[in-house]
Design a protein around this ligand. Structure first.
Ligand code: ADP
Length: 445
């Protein structure tokens, strides 16, 4: 534990499992005048003499491995030197953080709401109970998948299989027939065992939602929901789902956009998310009717959500979310519902485009020099190994940019698709493709 600075007037916020390599949340805390106590991710070493901005202390805990121990340590830290809030952007930690906040009497969404926003079974059930649009779905849980498989075979195919506690599309698989479903369930269980350390993981099987995908960034306070941006996320068809583009504002017809805003606002109420940020993903079935994929009660993880929402709405999403997490009111005010856009912003996720040993990522220097580009975050480097599907190694890079409108952003993404290319060494015959260490995200600007 390292304490470097204490200013009694500044609120202190415990930030759980935030990657220290990317500065944006830490810079947001500086703008909000909040000191951070960082619980580092177990897979990342943060040096006490090179702390990210706003971080005044490191608190090494392992809430994923030992939640009771982590709660006890937080209780002791709070009793000795009280902090004003605890938060996370890492989806699997949302329930832990809500529980800690509840136990310590700190601001938060509450344990039950957090579970409903993190467990895909509960979320589907709660949205359905509130009369929102939900595809047909079935749980598969317990040691014997057969009863679940039998029920799922009665859904309208194609269907999608996913871990109930999944994130980052890990293991999400489309199946077009009951036979393919059986195979997909076995495959998703393998992913749960290997990647989520959860061999008995519960799964959800749900009907495939045919239509384009959108993401919505929002900020709730006192039950009022401000929708900061609605953005287009492409139309991935599977069988495995990669992220590709994100461009906001959307170009939807007015009545469809209004339906999206209504559905997302109603989902906040159905799940009980009254305060704080949310990142919602949805699909427009038949191109018109919004069906939520999920609502995460947190800022979308990679920095793209904050970047897009703040440039499109003019509201500093991350700083406002951190203020709410320490029990302060947001500084900006805006009406509930959708804010009129003040700009356009985009994220382009470079596709892996193959697998094997990366020998080069071409085109990034050219992209960095483009005046429309604010950030290029590179995650895979020469020497890294990319495993073939359905394994997920990570994305090579993402590009955050600003534009005059969503059409210009779309043209720019077409240019990026032509410019950026990942090159791989040809694998020798019979050469196994083993996973390798891949680099921490790096931003060069
Ligand atoms: P995660 O939380 O792991 O990201 P999601 O439920 O958001 O899981 O699914 C990841 C991606 O898989 C979605 O962004 C979407 O493209 C696709 N997907 C998931 N469920 C469905 C569905 N029912 N219909 C169509 N596509 C889906």
């Amino acid at each position: 534990m390292t304490a470097t600075r204490t200013d009694p007037d500044r609120p202190i916020l415990v930030l759980v499992y935030q990657r220290a390599g990317l500065p944006w949340v830490f810079e947001a805390a500086e703008r909000a005048g909040i000191d951070l106590v960082l619980v580092p991710r177990p897979d990342e070493e943060v040096r006490a003499d090179r702390l990210p901005p706003a971080v005044v202390e490191l608190l090494p805990l392992e809430p994923d491995r030992d939640p009771a121990g982590a709660l006890a340590a937080l209780r002791a830290r709070h009793a000795a030197r009280p902090f004003q809030g605890i938060t996370t952007l890492y989806d699997p930690m949302v329930p832990f953080v809500a529980e800690a906040a509840e136990l310590l009497g700190l601001p938060g969404i509450g344990r039950d709401t957090a579970r409903g926003a993190q467990d895909k079974r509960l979320m589907r059930e709660r949205l359905a109970a509130a009369g929102l649009n939900v595809p047909g779905f079935v749980r598969i849980e317990g040691p014997d998948p057969e009863p679940g498989l039998a029920a799922a075979a009665r859904l309208a195919f194609p269907v999608v299989v996913k871990p109930a506690h999944g994130f980052s599309s890990l293991g999400v698989t489309r199946a077009d027939s009951p036979a393919a479903l059986r195979e997909a369930v076995a495959g998703v269980r393998r992913v749960c065992a290997e990647k989520l350390a959860d061999p008995a993981a519960a799964l959800v099987v749900e009907e495939y939602l045919d239509g384009p995908e959108f993401a919505v960034e929002s900020l709730a306070y006192g039950g009022g929901v401000r929708v900061l941006s609605v953005g287009y996320k492409g139309e991935p068809v599977g069988p495995y789902f990669e992220e590709s583009v994100y461009r906001a504002p959307d170009t939807l017809p007015e009545e469809v956009r209004a339906a999206v805003v209504r559905e997302v606002t109603a989902a906040h109420a159905a799940l009980g998310v009254t305060d704080g940020p949310a990142h919602t993903e949805l699909r427009l079935r038949g191109g018109r009717t919004p069906y939520l994929l999920e609502l995460g009660a947190r800022i979308g993880g990679s920095g793209a959500s904050h970047y897009v929402a703040s440039h499109v709405s003019g509201t500093d999403l991350a700083a406002e979310a951190l203020r709410i997490a320490v029990g302060a009111a947001p500084e900006s005010d805006g009406p509930t519902g959708l804010a009129a856009p003040v700009g356009a912003a985009a994220n382009y996720i470079v596709p892996c485009g193959g697998h094997g040993t990366v020998t080069a990522v071409h085109g990034l220097d050219e992209v960095r020099a483009d005046p429309r580009v604010d950030h290029v975050v590179q995650m895979l480097f020469p020497g890294d190994e990319v495993r073939p599907y359905p394994d997920f190694t990570g994305y090579p890079a993402f590009v955050l940019s600003r534009h005059d409108g969503p059409e210009e952003a779309a043209d720019f993404h077409a240019l990026l698709a032509r410019t950026i290319r990942v090159e791989y060494a040809a694998a020798g015959p019979g050469e196994p493709e083993e996973p390798g260490e891949h680099g921490e995200p790096e931003e060069h600007r």
